[in-house]
Ligand binder design. Structure first.
Ligand code: COA
Ligand code: AMP
Length: 633
């Protein structure tokens, strides 16, 4: 089948407003948009400025009321908890309406922030949808972050309420959420008035009288009293959520998402990018703590009337490397969306895909990958074993949906390994040099997007228009800076090669090395430090810390290295996957004092390197090599 991509992208280029007006017809508005885009609103403009709507209504009620009440909306499958269940659209709407009423009884109203700190259980999705129902702004915090990271988010979002559970379950370990939450509230200046906690059978949390409420009791009482909250009318431009993501410092960026534009973009993507029909099962194996989970575990599939899956497990070890194939067979999954690292984990354990032979995965039409660069070797392996198109696509927390992809619903374009293919309608992607001048095809440069960004992308950072402008819009006037570098080939295919800032990508998780350096520098024995991302065959990259000790510190360096590893886990969390710190005598620097992180990375990666001409003392590079050798790097 030939692809309609060029025709559709051309239609958007010819008349972007008509394109998005047409896409907006897929949404049930309370007041439909008369104006499609207001260039004068917000930092760079606002989509659907005069429309009103409710995202929860579009995700649940309209399906429940229009023939899908008995269709599965959300399937929960947890190999770690040993439980499974299914919520139909009717059941999910009813549960969410009750939860929203419970939140209203706790004083939550439109515009109030609610932090959701929960594992991968159905109640996490219900919490998000209940906020959407009453216009509260949710901010989901990933369970692998430590108390300090949670505290930073509490102080920025200033929530009135936190929704949580007693624990998460990692293979071989129960992650007790309540002590982390209590420690975070202790650390934060903002003290949320209420906490609602779901007690899981694996761990009973201690409750604080007056502040903490039992989730199950509150739901039971509300049901007995016949409570259910209706959907409230919101401006399309009202915030739906804040999602914090790593910035270039230890302070994360609060990416804001609106209601109307996000719905329009996600709905468009479900059919056109992912090729999914309502009623089909779309499984995203990620976590609701990440943008991929927000857009394609919760909102996208439900807005589309598809069936989504909340999977509380891993690709390997729960119980084996056949876990994903079991899920595809059991739930007749049409498309799976995961990160390349998950496939590398499966490949490492089961290179010949022996587990696959035990399952019938005939329902699977497409495998989608995102979150990190899809290395060609992994893509080829997946193609060989699955016999379906393996489609890479590139996006960011900030954009909320695919910037560059291969539009399955419009007809697949030829796949080129190493490229996520072509820009989606809405995105005018350019490759530029430092002076914002276009770079010729084939040449590396900064990847920028011509403003305005399409519906679904961040309108701003939470209560921080200025940081929005300085982080993304000021370096290349008229463009959004993605902070990714790459090139375009003669066929218009884009190649995303790496970040231009200090962000590294560890197992599909976005982490700031600057944030880690702040933690290393806080150790009393550390004079100077540098953190780089070194190549890792499983996780793509792994953080590696170099530390120079203060003069006069007379301790075993191995002890300090261990303390540093523990400190990062304690301050940022296990998700940082920071396992290696190396004490060195000196850090290599330029004559002007800039640390040569790029050269250190090449040494750690065993790539070819030469001493930069500007280096102060080339002998230090050999010292670095020897120190890494001692650590077995
Ligand atoms: N709560 C608490 N801890 C968590 C957690 C959570 N939700 N998620 C991960 N962690 C912990 C892990 O247990 C691990 O702890 P450890 O150091 O004690 O072993 C640590 O954080 C690092 O996690 P991770 O980097 O994910 O490594 P892993 O060895 O546990 O798993 C993979 C490796 C590849 C199996 C896993 O990263 C994976 O499934 N990735 C899929 C990609 C993905 O979901 N990306 C998200 C964006 S699309
Ligand atoms: P996050 O905001 O956590 O989704 O991380 C976004 C970053 O991950 C991007 O800026 C890229 O650096 C990287 N990334 C995501 N998807 C891809 C992809 N398909 N190819 C290459 N890099 C990717």
């Amino acid at each position: 089948m030939s692809s309609r991509y060029h025709e559709v992208y051309g239609a958007w280029q010819a008349n972007p407003l008509a394109f998005w007006a047409e896409a907006a017809r897929e949404i049930d508005w309370i007041k439909p948009p008369q104006k499609i885009f207001d260039p004068d609103g917000g930092v760079y403009g606002h989509w659907f400025p005069d429309a009103t709507c409710n995202t929860c209504y579009n995700a649940l009620d309209r399906h429940a009321d229009n023939g899908r009440a008995d269709q599965a909306a959300l399937i929960y499958d947890s190999p770690v908890a040993g439980s499974k269940c299914v919520y139909t659209y009717g059941q999910l709407r009813d549960e969410v309406a009750v939860l929203a009423a419970v939140m209203q009884d706790l004083g939550i109203a439109k515009g109030d922030r609610v932090i959701v700190y929960m594992p991968m259980i159905p109640e996490a999705a219900m919490a998000m949808l209940a906020c959407a129902r009453i216009g509260a702004v949710h901010s989901v915090v990933f369970g692998g972050f430590a108390a300090k990271e949670l505290a930073t988010r509490i102080d920025d979002a200033t929530p009135k309420l936190i929704l949580t559970a007693s624990c998460g379950i990692e293979p071989g370990r129960i992650v007790k959420y309540k002590p982390l939450l209590d420690a975070a509230v202790e650390l934060s200046a903002c003290k949320p008035q209420n906490v609602m906690l779901l007690q899981r059978p694996q761990e009973k949390a201690q409750m604080i009288a007056g502040r903490d409420h039992d989730w199950a009791d509150a739901m039971q009482a509300a049901k007995a009293a016949g409570k259910a909250a209706p959907c409230v009318e919101l401006a399309a431009t009202d915030p739906l959520y804040i999602l914090y993501t790593s910035g270039t410092t230890g302070i994360p960026k609060g990416v804001v998402r609106d209601n109307g534009g996000y719905m329009v973009a996600l709905k468009w993507s479900m059919h056109n990018l992912y090729g999914i029909a309502p009623g089909e099962t779309f499984w995203t194996a990620s976590d609701v703590g990440w943008v991929v989970g927000h857009s394609y575990i919760v909102y996208g599939p439900l807005l589309h009337g598809a069936t989504t899956i909340v999977y509380e497990g891993k690709p390997v070890g729960t119980p084996d490397a056949g876990a994903f194939w079991r899920m595809i067979e059991e739930y007749k999954v049409s498309a799976l969306f995961t990160a390349p690292t998950a496939l590398r984990a499966i490949k490492k354990e089961d290179p010949d895909a022996k587990h696959l032979a035990r399952y019938d995965i005939a329902s699977l039409r497409t495998l989608f990958l995102a979150g990190e660069r899809a290395d060609p070797a992994t893509v080829e392996w997946a193609e060989d074993i699955l016999h379906v198109p393996v489609v890479d696509h590139w996006w960011q927390t900030e954009t909320g949906w695919g910037i560059v992809g291969n539009p399955v619903g419009l007809g697949l374009l030829p796949v080129k390994h190493g490229s996520p293919t072509v820009p989606m309608p809405g995105y005018d992607v350019r490759i530029v040099d430092e002076a914002a001048k276009p770079v010729e095809d084939g040449g590396m440069g900064s990847i920028v997007i011509k403003l305005p960004l399409p519906p679904g992308c961040l309108p701003t950072l939470w209560k921080n228009d200025e940081r929005m402008a300085t982080s993304y819009l000021s370096e290349f006037p008229g463009y959004y800076k993605t902070a990714d570098a790459g090139y375009r080939d003669a066929d218009g295919y884009l190649y995303i090669m790496g970040r231009t800032d200090d962000i590294i990508n560890v197992a599909g998780h976005r982490l700031s090395t600057g944030g880690m350096e702040e933690v290393l520098a806080s150790h009393p024995n550390v004079a100077e430090c540098a953190v780089i991302g070194m190549k890792d065959s499983l996780k793509g990259e792994a953080p590696l810390g170099f530390i120079v000790l203060k003069a006069g510190v007379d301790r075993d360096p191995a002890d300090i290295e261990k303390e540093i590893v523990a400190l990062v886990r304690d301050k940022i969390g296990p998700v940082a996957a920071f396992k290696t710190a190396v004490v060195v005598d000196r850090l290599p620097k330029t004559r002007s004092g800039k640390i040569l992180r790029g050269t250190m990375k090449k040494i750690a990666d065993h790539d070819e390197w030469t001493a930069p001409a500007t280096i102060d003392d080339p002998a230090i590079l050999d010292e670095i090599g020897r120190a890494l050798g001692r650590k077995g790097v």
